[in-house]
Design a protein around this ligand. Structure first.
Ligand code: ATP
Ligand code: MG
Ligand code: MG
Ligand code: MG
Length: 434
């Protein structure tokens, strides 16, 4: 992406309405733009990040054997009347009528719809277990949308739904998602901690929220220090094997949000191991048994010919919230510091003197080596503007090329996360970034 031709608008001023760093930085870096309260346009830079986050979520869901579908945003109210949630859900649900006066709604979640889909096809125990997920926009008319995409009204969620023959199977499905969530967040450079959680309006009795620690988090959390030290990605996972050891490790150390906090259990932890902090909820997994399958009449024939009501769970990740959460965890005074896997572009080539034949040639070669995962700052702007923009946008690597260095065939490479700089030949710079 050549900046001279790109639509990557930035804001000079710090927007007054933004209370937290991620919101400020997303507006200043031109990632999003609000169109009404809690509803955002994703501009090119933000959209690229959102898609990278989404793709990591997708890969880790697929690895568990879950299958992706796409359910619509607009749902018939009738399904929600079957589950009893049409009245129960309250004013967070956006209710609509079509031209024939049929009651519709913009989905805040999809348990009813997926149960309806599954009951139309599943006939026997051989159709179980299954896990269906989608990555789709949700609408919740939040009473206080705030913190930018962190608490939007329209937001992107990955929601998965498992169907099993019995409790033991449902527990295995739950464990698969538990482990997949650990891996998903770790791949984005986040330390997400699973915590015992209330089941909320969705109901059930086995539930974990995944939170990252951040001063601006909306939840108060309590956890054992060990949980912050564990390296998730060093373990290989066999989703057909027994995942209990991984789940047991995480659940054997204390971790709870304030809703589930147990003062006595907490007091038993040595003070040096107690971490109490603020947290951002980025994912939530629930087992809820037959809460939807029973009222909605989902049944399959069991191995003995008797009808069985499948046990279900649902598993959400706040895909758009994650973009804000990643920034909360990775920024400094100058701007964003993207972890490489979710960076909008991995490299920014800063040509300090466009028009200088040597600088142009070197910059073009480096840019070509990483395009389309690089931006090329070929604008006629002062060096200071280019440095500031690159720091703000947070590209993991900056390659600074000026006429003098170019004449000597040298590139100055800067690592955004650490500020480290090195003068390298083009070949060495390419090798370092790869
Ligand atoms: P919260 O407690 O923040 O209101 P929730 O518990 O209501 O979230 P869930 O129903 O568990 O949300 O939905 C799954 C995930 O969707 C959440 O873990 C969160 O990451 C994300 N999410 C929920 N509400 C929003 C929102 N208003 N804006 C952005 N993401 C959201
Ligand atoms: Mg909520
Ligand atoms: Mg919650
Ligand atoms: Mg939740």
């Amino acid at each position: 992406m050549r900046l001279s031709r790109a639509f990557l608008p930035t804001l000079k001023e710090t927007p007054a309405e933004a209370q937290i760093a991620s919101h400020r930085l997303m507006l200043r870096a031109g990632m999003v733009r609000q169109t009404s309260a809690g509803i955002y346009v994703w501009l090119p830079l933000g959209w690229r990040v959102l898609q990278k986050v989404e793709q990591i979520v997708r890969e880790e869901q697929d690895a568990t054997g879950a299958q992706e579908i796409l359910m619509p945003t607009i749902q018939p109210a009738d399904l929600w009347k079957q589950s009893g949630r049409h009245d129960a859900y309250g004013p967070e649900m956006l209710r609509l009528k079509d031209r024939h006066e049929r009651e519709m709604l913009y989905g805040p979640t999809n348990e009813e719809m997926v149960t309806d889909i599954f009951r139309s096809y599943a006939k026997s125990y051989r159709d179980l277990p299954r896990n269906l997920y989608h990555i789709q926009w949700k609408f919740r008319d939040e009473i206080r949308p705030r913190f930018g995409v962190m608490r939007g009204r329209e937001f992107l969620m990955k929601d998965a739904y498992s169907f099993d023959l019995d409790y033991a199977g449902a527990r295995r499905s739950y464990q698969r998602m538990f482990v997949a969530y650990l891996r998903t967040f770790a791949r984005m450079g986040l330390k997400a901690i699973p915590m015992q959680a209330d089941t909320g309006p969705i109901g059930g009795d086995l539930s974990h929220e995944f939170l990252i620690l951040a001063e601006t988090g909306e939840s108060q959390v309590y956890l054992h220090r060990d949980l912050l030290a564990f390296d998730v990605l060093s373990q290989t996972v066999d989703y057909d094997g027994d995942l209990s050891p991984i789940v047991d490790f995480w659940t054997s150390r204390y971790a709870a949000t304030d809703e589930k906090h147990d003062a006595a259990a907490w007091a038993a932890i040595p003070a040096a191991d107690q971490v109490s902090a603020r947290g951002i909820e980025i994912g939530h997994i629930f087992y809820f048994g037959t809460k939807y399958s029973a009222p909605m009449g989902l049944q399959v024939s069991g191995p003995d010919g008797k009808m069985v009501t499948p046990e279900m769970g649902s598993y959400g990740i706040g895909v758009s919230r994650l973009v804000g959460a990643i920034i909360e965890a990775n920024h400094d005074e100058q701007g964003i510091r993207w972890p490489e896997p979710v960076a909008p572009f991995r490299l920014a080539v800063l040509n300090l003197k466009p028009g200088d034949a040597g600088a142009d040639a070197l910059a073009e070669r480096l840019y070509a080596a990483f395009d389309p995962d690089a931006v090329y700052d070929d604008r006629e702007d002062r060096a200071g503007v280019k440095f500031a923009d690159a720091d703000l946008m947070g590209y993991p690597w900056q390659a600074i090329i000026g006429p003098r260095g170019a004449a000597a065939g040298r590139v100055e490479l800067k690592r955004r996360a650490t500020g480290e700089r090195a003068e390298l030949s083009l070949e060495d710079a390419i090798a370092r970034i790869r």
